[in-house]
Design a protein around this ligand. Structure first.
Ligand code: FAD
Length: 273
């Protein structure tokens, strides 16, 4: 099955070396593309392009930048897109982003849909545009129906495919895809997979982004306490089982949130071989 990997942009030389080591190990799975996150409000303004360039030029990977629109002006976003186009990028992950608390104004583009429209209006088909999707509902959505409606109009505004927020409940994904298809979305919806290496960190992330850790999984992971090795093995089995179910249910490919670590993603991929 095709895979893609997500990285965050390193800011120190030590983190850069770590990312290089991680990429060397994951490259053997021939990812269809890799992507690099972007700090909303411009907090990784120089690091994201720098990392995309490194992945493209040094590692020869199809590296796609994430671009979030909240907090930025149309001109700023346009010039970043021009820069990516000049670098040879043909794929963008287009997001609204989340402004760090305390950062005032929303900017000229309020939703990812506005960014998709800007890309299509001003850059035509220069980029393959990926957007975010939320099988367990975006945490700020008014309700599930409104969230689905907004997702559908984002896809109809010109997105080529979607990558989901991570989840551990395959049925949430299958239902979401079914509802999106019924609403006229025909583009691929790629499941985002979060391998697990640390339960406390996972719980914190999940609270922030609205991903549910099923009770059976949370309780089981918690019971490993300080036994990190056993936790990782158990979690890799559970995440590999999720991936197998997604594969059998027709998921087009898998997108791994690597957090720049090779081991947790490798543990899952090796079980899937
Ligand atoms: P949108 O699609 O704009 O939706 C955001 C919210 O607004 C939803 O609740 C939606 O229902 C609602 N909404 C949408 N349109 C309307 C409308 N017209 N009227 C009223 N409400 C509306 N964040 C980063 O900062 N950097 C990253 O690199 C990054 N990468 C990500 C990668 C993936 C694959 C995913 C799934 C998320 C990523 N995020 C990233 C997180 C993302 O920015 C947040 O989840 C953000 O809160 C929503 O972004 P979005 O593009 O999905 O927003």
């Amino acid at each position: 099955m095709a895979v893609s990997f997500e990285f965050f942009p390193p800011k120190t030389d030590e983190q850069r070396l770590q990312l290089d080591r991680t990429v060397e190990k994951l490259k053997v799975f021939s990812p269809r593309f890799v992507s690099v996150t972007f700090g909303a409000g411009g907090s990784t303004l120089s690091y994201t392009p720098e990392t995309v360039a490194r992945l493209r030029d040094h590692h020869q990977l199809d590296a796609a930048p994430h671009l979030s629109c909240v907090g930025g002006t149309r001109d700023e976003i346009r010039s970043l897109l021009e820069r990516y186009q000049a670098m040879g990028c043909r794929r963008i992950v287009a997001l609204r982003g989340d402004l760090p608390s305390g950062m005032g104004a929303l900017g000229e583009l309020r939703y990812a849909e506005d960014l998709v429209r800007l890309i299509r209006e001003e850059f035509g088909n220069a980029f393959h545009v990926e957007v975010g999707a939320y099988p367990e509902v975006h945490p700020q959505a008014d309700d599930a129906v409104a969230d689905l409606r907004h997702f559908v109009s984002k896809m109809k505004a010109g997105a080529d495919s979607a990558i989901t927020q991570y989840f551990y409940n395959a049925d949430a994904y299958f239902r979401f895809v079914e509802e999106a298809r019924a609403a006229g979305v025909s583009q691929p919806i790629i499941p985002g997979i979060m391998p697990i290496s640390n339960y406390t960190q996972l719980r914190r992330f999940s609270e922030g982004c609205g991903a549910e850790i099923p009770r059976w999984l949370g309780k089981r992971l918690q019971a490993f306490g300080d036994d990190a090795e056993s936790l990782r093995a158990y979690a890799a089995d559970a995440v590999a089982a999720l991936c197998r179910r997604l594969q059998e249910g027709g998921a087009p490919e898998l997108h791994f949130y690597t957090l720049n670590l090779a081991k947790p993603t490798l543990a899952v991929l090796e079980r899937l071989r």
